[in-house]
Design a protein around this ligand. Structure first.
Ligand code: FAD
Length: 318
């Protein structure tokens, strides 16, 4: 079932959903099920699976020179989605990115998803790979999520890259996109980011999932601005509890968001690791309670494949 259908069917009752990472190369599907088992007890409406591009690592050869190797630490997004749907009968949503894909690769991936009965995709541009300063598309690939949406929407109308194909079947993907209450890091300002967000909606996006945030006011302002611009699709807040001292620096660095002063100060003053975790979980629970009062369509948890923190928050809410 599509995410939009889940929202409609819930009739105002907020959905609980989670995002996980595919297993590390070398692990098996059992590792993913182990993460998901406790979360599935809370009946998530859908489970997102992130997409991870190749990375480049350098290893020293016997002659002392460095050799570059390409590695993909977490392949298998599409297959793990199919395994999740098959095992739990819960909708799994693969993240589909522009980076590393030609249009032909994208079409092939969408054909696989269609055959597997997966009818939701979260459409993203993807970040630059670690060795690149700026995002570079594949020759013959897409530069922005909006272009990828156009291709998917084309397939939803039976338009394949080979325009000589006859009597093609329409695909029927529900298209999710990313939104940034604190703006995307490359965007010169929020207004311009929202201009491109609206473009993605006009091209066929069905719902938005936000980047994580720790100050609800940022989400409320974002939703208000979206509505003023006639962006009327559901905006699902993305949530992650802060649970370690390291998060104080890694979250702003990796996700380009601010942490509220009060939260950061409480963490600084905490006496040990357990106290920090408690502060972060309580902050997250209060944040979610306020979002639920506001009337969000759902709460989408970035689990980073650690189920216990999400479980603690969700237990206090649902
Ligand atoms: P876009 O919508 O293409 O926007 C990228 C930037 O370009 C923005 O600054 C935008 O304002 C600007 N822009 C957009 N269109 C145009 C245009 N036509 N001309 C000029 N500028 C334009 N990354 C992964 O690699 N794998 C994942 O699984 C993954 N999952 C994510 C899930 C969520 C919910 C979120 C919020 C992010 C996720 N990301 C993931 C990260 C994401 O790929 C990055 O944030 C990426 O840098 C931007 O992706 P986007 O889809 O928002 O890009």
């Amino acid at each position: 079932m599509k995410v939009t259908e889940h929202i409609e069917k819930a009739n105002g009752k907020p959905l609980f959903s989670v995002e996980i990472l595919p297993p590390l190369k070398g692990q098996n599907v059992g590792c993913t099920f182990k993460t998901l088992d406790p979360l599935v007890e809370m009946k998530p409406a859908f489970i997102d699976v992130t997409y991870h591009r190749e990375e480049y690592i350098y290893k020293q050869k016997e002659n002392g020179l460095l050799k570059q190797y390409q590695v993909r630490k977490r392949p298998g997004t599409v297959a793990i989605c199919a395994a999740i749907q098959n095992h739990y009968k819960i909708d799994a949503i693969p993240h589909l990115i522009c980076g590393g894909f030609t249009k032909e690769d994208t079409e092939d991936a969408l054909i696989d998803l269609n055959f597997l009965g997966i009818d939701n995709v979260l459409v993203l541009r993807g970040d630059p790979i670690k060795t690149e300063k700026t995002f570079a598309s594949e020759p013959g690939g897409h530069s922005y999520a909006s272009e990828l949406i156009e291709q998917i929407n084309g397939l939803n109308h039976g338009n394949y890259l080979d325009d000589e194909l006859q009597e093609t079947q329409n695909m029927d993907f529900c298209i999710g996109i990313a939104g940034y209450p604190e703006k995307h890091f490359e965007s010169p300002n929020l207004a311009m980011d929202l201009y491109y967000l609206k473009k993605k909606v006009e091209l066929g996006a069905d719902y938005i999932v936000t980047q994580m945030f720790f100050d609800n006011q940022k989400y409320f302002d974002f939703v208000k601005k979206c509505r003023e611009m006639d962006i009327n699709i559901p905006i699902i807040p993305g949530i992650k509890p802060l649970t370690t001292f390291g998060h104080l620096t890694s979250i702003p660095k990796n996700f380009y968001i601010d942490l509220p002063e009060t939260l950061a100060m409480e963490v600084l003053k905490a006496k040990d690791k357990e106290a920090i975790k408690q502060i972060g979980l309580e902050w997250c629970i209060n944040q979610c309670k306020e979002l639920l009062e506001f009337g969000v369509p759902g709460l989408h948890f970035y689990t980073m494949s650690n189920s216990s923190n999400t479980q603690k928050v969700a237990n206090a809410l649902f």
